[in-house]
Design a protein around this ligand. Sequence first.
Ligand SMILES: *Cc1c(COP(=O)(O)O)cnc(C)c1O
Length: 428
Amino acid sequence: MNKIRIDLSQDEIPTVWYNILPDLPEELPQPIDETGKSFETLKKVLPSKVLELEFSRERYVKIPDEVLERYLQVGRPTPIIRAKRLEEYLGNVVKIYLKMESYTYTGSHKINSALAHVYYATQDGANFVTTETGAGQWGSSVALASALFNIKAHVFMVRTSYFAKPYRRYLMQMYGAEVHPSPSDLTDFGRELLAKDPNHPGSLGIAISEAVKYAEEHGGKYVVGSVVNSDIMFKTIAGLEAKKQMEMIGEDPDYIIGVVGGGSNYAALAYPFLGDELRSGKVRRKYIASGSLEVPKMTKGVYKYDYPDTAKLLPKLKMYSIGSDFVPPPVYAGGLRYHGVAPTLSLLMNKGIVEARDYSQEESFKWAKLFSQIEGYVPAPETSHALPIIEEIVKEAKKSGEKKIILVSFSGHGLLDLGNYASVLFKE
Ligand SMILES: *Cc1c(COP(=O)(O)O)cnc(C)c1O
């Protein structure tokens, strides 16, 4: 019998994170401090160890015991599930393995780095952490991590989501976090925007600016949710587990696919595999990442230096971007709305090592419904944007006549996003 579920035991959890910096095909372009103030800001607000790791050239970094213990608590190691019924539906020309990051307590991959950032904040003696959140996945993971490390969390939540999508806010509040609609009256920047428009919808870029400012002014630590090297490194626990799991069953993926908001879940799964190939000098596997056609930073963005936040408090990063002042249309895959792509992933895309696709919400959601009926599991709206890639691979496999193995970053479940699906799929 072919196994449906590939598990690691608790003893088999990886004890190091992987850092791709030393294995990149060329040096990563460094952040630029154009305002003359942004590095100073970072030094103040980031946990000191996080800032150190951001520039580390160490390939493997030991995971602190305190973080490992909490990885186990929140559901790690996560299983890999073979999507057998989907394979059959698609004509048995591919094998599909899903790395189920949706199996953690907050239902997505985001807890993997939240625990590390918050732990390092406590090591600096911080009394509270701040962060931003769009639809609330990142905020709820920071809220959970803060609860498990006994520290206060202030979460700046994009104003429209705060009111329109209260369920993840309630989850954050269950964990004891204080959630503020952003723009808020807690920072000068927020007050300025509210004075111009009391119903300002907010954006992720604005919420980042507020979270940074609030931490700076009140002596807290700021927790970064994606994009940066350290955040991706912390999340590679998923890819390192997946490597062990694939080795256990003697399968080597031909394709590694996933979706890109800021790029962290995809990079976290792909980098441990890609790192081996980069070191050997030959990249055989195909790496394909997809995003939202409504926020097409990868396929229509420009590879250039841009600000990661709207108020330009943070250093400029070289990345694919559609502009830090881009106001995204109200798409429901909140986690894909960010304007830029992680610098390491951008470099790999620019070199042609990672390919990019964008799919519409409509197409992705149709796939989500189909997937739910075939596999019995409701994917997050973000995750559903990876499913059309499978269709492309199936076409290729049919042409070549070779059975292809696909590994998917299954970044989250959609049980708190049913309202979003309903708005598109079940219009009255
Ligand atoms: C946040 C999120 C994403 C996208 O963010 P990345 O930084 O690209 O990982 C994808 N899927 C889910 C379920 C998310 O919550």
